[in-house]
Write a protein that binds this ligand. Sequence first.
Ligand code: AMP
Length: 400
Amino acid sequence: MKILVINSGSSSLKYQLIDMETESVLAKGNCERIGIAHSNFIYKARGQCIEQEIDMPNHNIAVKLVLGKLMDKNVGVISSMAEIDGVGHRVVASGEAFKKPTLVTPESMELMEEIKDLAPLHNPAAIVGIKACLAEMPDTPMVLVFDTGFHFTMPDYAYMYAIDYDHYEKYHIRRYGAHGTSHKFVAQEAAKYLGKDIKDLKIITCHLGNGSSITAVKGGKCIDTSMGFTPLAGVPMGTRSGDIDYSAAEYLAKKEGMTVSETLTYLNKKCGVLGISGVSSDFRDLSDAANNGNKRAELALNMFAYGTKKYIGAYTAALNGVDAIVFTAGIGENDSVVRSKALQDLDGLGIILDEKKNADCPRGTIAEIQAEQSKVKVLVIPTNEELVIARETMIEAKLG
Ligand code: AMP
């Protein structure tokens, strides 16, 4: 059983072919700069990495190239397209139109068109990618897997905004969250690692990457998450502001003469740790700068860690205690300083880090980094969103 996972952006298409018997990646890569000069095609399989500048004027050509490489006599991993049993498509926003993974059908594609506005940069790109795959593989079952999907178990008092209820009903304005596949994966991995039934566990999952979100998981189900209607809410991120008083945004917009849409672009692209530090959105650059005495870089790191800590505290309350805290994604898996700062002085909640285990934490594998006397487990778990998409695709398409 082989599942192709597709993650389409407006000018990119990431792909992975996964063997579901072993849950191992057979081939993966990225089509970059689709529709832009000097498109780049990356293909990794059989221990090789091939990078080629190939003209990719649209997603259809990109999909053709991917399939061609997967079946290539020399570097391919399958002999015919029939070996691909299903395709899972990552979709960023679902609105309330889709509450679970859904088969690609003419009806579901119509609904996808209707919710394009919810993620204007991402959802239209996903539609283009799906159509390109359908053109090449019309008989292969395809499934839409949403970043928001894991969060639909939140109770209404957690997902509602305190706005006029009529507006919620009319426009479905509410908290949806994001990174759902990642939160689901690492919560399940944590339960497996701890040898416990996930139904008996209270877990806080911290997906800390360029975009960051924190989720409270009770009995395997999300009960609250830090991102909101869009990924702009929650902790400060690489370039996103995170939570902010809207009056401050309006005040700034008036002062700087920005429209609503310009203000939103500013809050999404020019704020976060980049805006605070003036150095970079990348935490490696921030650490270097902070170590060299840059006070604004240090402030950015402190704000990020403190934001994470506040959500851990809030979700410990929401869960009425916590059994395990999980760190994942680029920063969560790699940045021991951020982990240390985020868990500083939380012994009152039974959370104590072993600083040496944290600093020596191996990469690319599950690690346990709490101190012996800590009541709460602290785990670092590499995420695997593609595998969750492939698993969901198998279930929804009734494969295997
Ligand atoms: P992601 O969005 O999960 O790919 O995470 C990307 C972010 O992870 C980058 O912007 C970096 O800030 C951070 N990152 C990646 N590797 C490291 C590392 N070794 N140390 C600190 N931060 C890292």
